[in-house]
Design a protein. Structure first.
Length: 355
């Protein structure tokens, strides 16, 4: 397998939880050994809705980085960096915005969804839709081949692919009919990147209703103590009343968090099958037994993360990691930016940037 360049990122939301682990961080920890990985903390992106909350966004960047490090992202392998400190990203956003029809930007189902869910109707900032163009720059600035993301990000990847194709055709002489895979070889600055969509996207929260999310208060965090984990699992409502031996609903993982957690966090297949079987038959097994098993499994997962986290308790240590990661991101993106400016006619003078 050839080494690829991989870029992915998150909007900083504060402390990470086991939903983040299952949905994205676990995969990143696997990828970092085989590929050149860049993990972006999209703080400018957070300003789409939190521009009035600068201190909180600033601190959230540090918390996200600390928890990612606790979960096993290794700064000697992957670069973790802050979006706002990498100037090429903003510069490419400006240039790419010129290549995209306004109506094309607005015709993005994820963007439309967000505007609706957040109730922004016609009060959203100019920067809100612009973030999608910013995301194309985040990816292309690294000339990334692959972008591990959740399903909801696929429309942004499609936009990114369009920008890459258009740029390469407009400024690099890549032929109109060229295949996506051939763009770089034909002289295009940008590879046309692919979305690497994860399979386990959605971990249900301890409320058994919604996706696990910090803001809904239904999350289990890396910073939770073993006791807190036991307590949160203990409180899960499993729909006891509706439990019938013939009712398959109760073991539908989407409806019963306990069984999704059993699937995801308990490793021993025989144990899982046995519990499922006995529970379904209404055999002599209570929620308590399953809950204990699940809480233990989650604590087994979190234990090494808790241990690693102690090395990063000091903000200064996290900031040092971010600084080194950001320096590597600047180096990679300045190279791309110079190539892009040269191709697009906006380059005049070479420059170096250091932090
Ligand atoms: N849109 C992503 C999110 O909200 C964050 C993000 C910004 C991103 N830039 C990116 C993800 C580039 C992947 C690649 O989660």
């Amino acid at each position: 397998m050839t080494r690829q360049r991989i870029l992915t990122g998150d909007t900083p939301t504060g402390n990470l939880h086991i939903g983040h682990w299952v949905g994205s961080v676990k995969r990143r920890v696997e990828l970092q050994s085989q590929h050149d990985c860049f993990f972006l903390i999209a703080n400018l992106h957070a300003y789409t809705t939190r521009a009035g909350d600068p201190e909180a966004v600033h601190q959230d960047c540090i918390e996200v980085a600390r928890d990612a490090l606790a979960m096993g992202v290794d700064p000697s392998k992957a670069a973790i960096f802050v979006q706002s400190e990498v100037p090429a990203l903003a510069e490419l956003t400006y240039l790419f915005a010129m290549l995209l029809p306004f109506n094309r930007v607005m015709r993005n189902p994820t963007l439309k969804d967000e505007l609706q869910v957040k109730g922004l109707a016609d009060t959203y900032s100019f920067g809100f839709p612009l973030y999608t163009v910013g995301q194309t720059a985040d990816i292309l600035a690294f000339r990334a081949h692959s972008v591990p993301v959740g399903e909801d990000q696929v429309p942004h990847l499609e936009l990114t692919r369009e920008v890459a194709r258009r740029f390469n055709k407009m400024y690099c002489g890549v032929a109109d009919k060229a295949e996506d895979e051939d763009h770089e070889q034909l002289g295009g600055v940008f590879p046309v990147p692919v979305a690497d969509v994860g399979t386990v996207g959605r971990l249900v929260g301890t409320d058994g209703q919604n996706k696990m999310s910090k803001s809904l208060g239904n999350a289990i965090h890396v910073i939770d103590t073993p006791k807190q984990v036991k307590k949160k699992i203990g409180k899960i409502y499993t729909g006891q009343d509706s439990r019938q031996p013939t009712d398959p609903g109760i073991i539908d993982p989407e409806k019963n968090p306990l069984f999704q957690y059993l699937d995801v966090f308990v490793e021993d297949e025989a144990t899982k099958a046995d519990i499922r079987d006995r529970y379904q038959r209404g055999d002599n097994i209570g929620d308590g037994e399953v809950k204990m098993l699940v809480a233990d499994a989650i604590n087994t997962l979190l234990d090494p993360m808790r241990a690693r986290r102690t090395a990063y308790e000091d903000d200064a240590v996290v900031l040092k990691v971010l600084r080194e990661g950001t320096a590597r991101a600047i180096e990679a993106t300045e190279e791309t930016l110079a190539m892009a400016k040269q191709a697009a006619g906006t380059g005049f003078f070479p420059r170096t940037i250091s932090i």
